[in-house]
Design a protein around this ligand. Sequence first.
Ligand code: CP
Length: 639
Amino acid sequence: MASRNLVSIADLTNGEIEEIFELADAAEKLRSEKVGSGKIMATLFYEPSTRTRLSFESSMQRLGGTVISCSDMQASSAAKGESVADTAKVVSSYADVLVVRHYWDGAVQAMAEHADVQVINAGDGGHEHPTQTLCDLYTLRKEKGALKGLNVVICGDLKNGRTIHSLVYALARFGANVVTLAAAGMELPQYVLERLEREFQYTLAPVAGGDLSAVVTESDALYLTPKQPHQLALFTQVDNTIQSHLTSRVSGLRYDAFYMTRKQKERMKGVAAGGSYPTIGSKFLNERRFKDTVVMHPLPRVDELSPEVDKDRRGIYFQQAAYGVPIRMALLHFLFERQRQPKPLKSVKGAAIFENPHAVGPHCPNAKCITVNEPGSTRLRFELLAEGPAGALILRCFYCDHRFKVQLVGHKTSKRYCPYDITLDETVRQWLNSGELAIFDSIKQAEELGYEPHKSGPQRAIMNDREIQMAVRQMSDQIIHDCDDPDRLLVLGIRTNGSLIGQRIAAQLQQMQQRKFEVGELEIFGAGEDLRRIRPADAELGPIQLRDRSIILVDDVIHTGRTVKTALSMIFRSARPRSVRLAVLIDRGHREMPLKPNYVGKHIPSADHERVRVQLGAAEPNSRDSVVIYSIVSPNEKQ
Ligand code: CP
């Protein structure tokens, strides 16, 4: 069994990356010593490539090894339906190392689990591209002498660009600062930001308005920096004093590198693929502030980076591509040397591994994940991360890294299930340690496996349908009273109940003002789109724009304030709105954060152990709107 693969940039320590750089500096020596003599490399590229494939093949030949390849995977048995698991097993008999590019997120991890030889990720879907990151870091270090403290702007499609994801993790590890300058609707995904925050304590601050817009339009810049307080998230109304204080902190920043990326059209469909996109050209070259800012690009470029920059000393992307050979020679040698070293467990620090005790269980919600598209090549395995956004319990897909919230937990012996919330944290940990923990995506799934619901204590009705309707009307009245520019108003509900109430508020506003108001929903922790339109007819309007908007953020209940904090943080990661005001149907008190809702349907002080359930007809058919309060019988009790 192979011992050492490179699937994620997390598979290498900083020390090992430095070691690879030293080997790359001595690439000519590796070449003359023929350190790869007798080795065979198989390149399996399910997606097109010029640089990665040819530089790997060139590297192997320069090391004295040989290469076998399927010139086109569509001409391989993959076209007949052969799984990645079988392909990895079979080709392991023909080669000593597999270099794989695949269109599904996590496919290379799946192949590494089935291969008997070492496996290198040459790009898996929109997930990671670790060897590109080695080239990027090597180029940066050569140009700037060190990585720590550099200010690197990453620009373009930060959502689908796999090179970006590996790069930001690595920059964070080496102590660089990252300024994100995303195309509209292509911001860094929530799972990447969550990891940056959890593992590297990287948080966000805004860059001074206009600081980068001289060279790139259509984007708001945000600054990812280690160990800064999470300031913006604590304000529901961003006033000008706070805004200017924060922006002044990072104004006049020195930019060391500008990393441009192309729009990953192959991973998009519809409107997103055709929308506007930032470009970089002669304006950049003329700006004195950027006189020492190098321009990088993983290539290929399309039209986001003007050929004018090619002639400038700061345009170093062809050199970056050329470093692909010494870096990949160094990497191959490094991995061959470690063939028999035990593989370090690729896991988030301190995270427990969860495998469902039943054949069915939670599924990764990322539609582009290998576990969804070819489950037979994978094992349903997740890391369990406590203390997620809003106090959620999070599962991290072992293959694609997407994270999602646990909805229902079950106890295997008592065969009972209940919705997860933070009060069950300790109990769930005990069940996990004793192998009794089951997790379900839906009640249907739990009940099909013979689980019954845990009984809850007596219920007390707090609001009926008429009172809820009145509360929505009263909040809408206040919103319109405070609104100085209806054209900027955006009602943004937190999915699911907050979104439903948000839609009702938008409908009420429409009735009152005889005009349409824009409405959207925010997914606090899911895969795919974090921010989306709700009305199908609005799809043609393209992604929701948050910049300079007056946002009404809506949720059903506010308790600790964590959900709202996360939602605010997501909003400010995307853009800088003019203001954000908070509307909640129920305010329970007991806030952990200094948050005060601007519009409240009803204040209901309640104890921590009590639960408030908002039931809305649209979410639960055949039921009337209601709000009830109840306590829960301990899930440990066998009933
Ligand atoms: N940068 C990069 O991965 O290029 P290719 O797609 O040409 O391999």
